[in-house]
Design a protein around this ligand. Sequence first.
Ligand code: NDP
Length: 284
Amino acid sequence: MAKIIDGKAIAAKMRTEIAAGVLELKQKGITPGLAVVLVGDDPASRVYVSMKEKACAEAGIFSDEYKLPAETAEAELLALVERLNNDPAIHGILVQLPLPPQIDTEKVLEAISPLKDADGFHPYNVGRLAVGKPLFQPCTPYGVMVMLKEEGIDLAGKEVVVIGRSNIVGKPVAMMCLAQNATVTVCHSRTRDLAGVVRRADVVIAAVGRPEMVKGEWIKEGAVVIDVGVNRVGEKKLVGDVEFSSASERAAAITPVPGGVGPMTITMLLYNTLESARRSAEIS
Ligand code: NDP
């Protein structure tokens, strides 16, 4: 049976370290600050935003919250972003997605200063990651890399198969694995023989959004399985993209859903904010 990779425990340990780092910076007169901008009242976004605020408070990070109505004009949001770009108390800016249809998401993400881009979605930061000189790294894939490191899984020379090529998970995690000297294959909806590709993987990273689509029998004996997917089935149950019970009979280690990658995402947001505040302390 596979070892269960405990994301909650790894996240808790890291959050303790972050809180200590925040305290150290506060003693030097700098309080790390994160601005969280929510436009509209999407229920899932509201839950994420309140989780982020709570996590900031627990870590001692100042969080400044902007809740704007759904009909907010693009120009108004851009003006707020510009104000936050110039606010020295703010080291990280997060605009919660999705945005309402009248607002051009790319335009807003590009308006965020790349030096305060806590989500790591600005094309500048995507480029920095691509050339192997990362500044802000996107939180979910960054969390995956921290988990692998904490578990002592060295990727050098390993066959990593990433399923999904989104800008927020699949592509960046593939770049991060490449930077760790893995041989990386990225699969997507047009991939032929997905099962065959997954069968040769030493490490499988699934980020698709389809409940249990990766079958246990596809997993090579002794592989590591990282399941990023979060899928609601029925009223309350959450499952990942991987068929957990059958995959855990073959894998050496596997992340559960919930309690795997999920808790790492907000942790890395806190980490990115702290690192940004540290950088600002060095230059001011
Ligand atoms: P997207 O919908 O943006 O991307 C899904 C990817 O899966 C696409 O690249 C798509 O391919 C690919 N795909 C779809 N169907 C198949 C298929 N049959 N075979 C192979 N590939 C397929 O999703 P995200 O990357 O945003 O999220 C992925 C999952 O991760 C979701 O469940 C989401 O909820 C979860 N997630 C979890 C987070 C966490 O904190 N734990 C954070 C972010 C996401 P194509 O490009 O060809 O369409």
